[in-house]
Every structure is written in C-alpha cells, then in structure tokens.
Design a protein around this ligand. Sequence first.
Ligand code: ZN
Length: 133
Amino acid sequence: MRKIEHIGIAVKSLKQSIPLYEKLLNTHCYKTELVATENVATAFFKTGDNKIELLESTDAEGVVAKFIEKKGEGIHHIAFDVEDISAEMKRLQEEGFILLNTTPKKGADNKLVCFLHPKQTQGVLIELCQEIK
Ligand code: ZN
C-alpha cells in the first residue's frame, strides 16, 4: 500500500453536500460520476495531495443507503493506493483478510477496486485502488 488515495464519506444528498464541501475545502468539485454497479453517485474533491469522495446512494436498498440508515452520514471508507491490486489482494487474503470481491472491479475515478470486510479491520471499511492506465 503506497498512500491513502482518498477518504469516502457517505452523504444523503450530493446536491446539499457538494456546496458544503466546496465551501469547507475552498475548492470546486472536479468530478461527479455514477457507479451503476455500486448504486452510488460520487463527487470528488482535491485539496493538496488529498482526495475526498462523497457517496450518495442511488438505490434505497444500496450499501451506502444501508450504511447511513445504521450509522448516519459520515466517514464510510479509507482507500489505499496500490501498485498491483491483484498481488495486494492475494497477499491480504493469505494474511486472513476477507475480500468483498474476489476479482478487482471497476470503481469510480478510473480505478480498479477491491473492498475488505470491516469485520477484520476493526470496523473500518478498507478499499484498495489501482489506477487504470
Ligand atoms: Zn472510494
């Protein structure tokens, strides 16, 4: 794992949260993207080397909707940048972590992603992401 690639924040409404984060970070949202396979709409912000991803569920039964129902809005996941996602997935699996997807899948912002089950990471949902070149 090379660095934190972004922090994902679950929100009820991008329409309300985008202007709030623009004010907070004093920067514009540089990208919004629908990830149909995950039933989420995302919005991205950069501040210095750091990236924030806001996530709004597009489906009342989606994982982000369920997360908000249980825990409320807030930090949803931490994503780590990896050079070779397949190698990293193999390594983590051998270390006993449970992968939520067994093959890398296409995520937002031109990334291949894999999530780890939060049961083994003390309640923190971890995402691995590798830039698609
Ligand atoms: Zn993410």
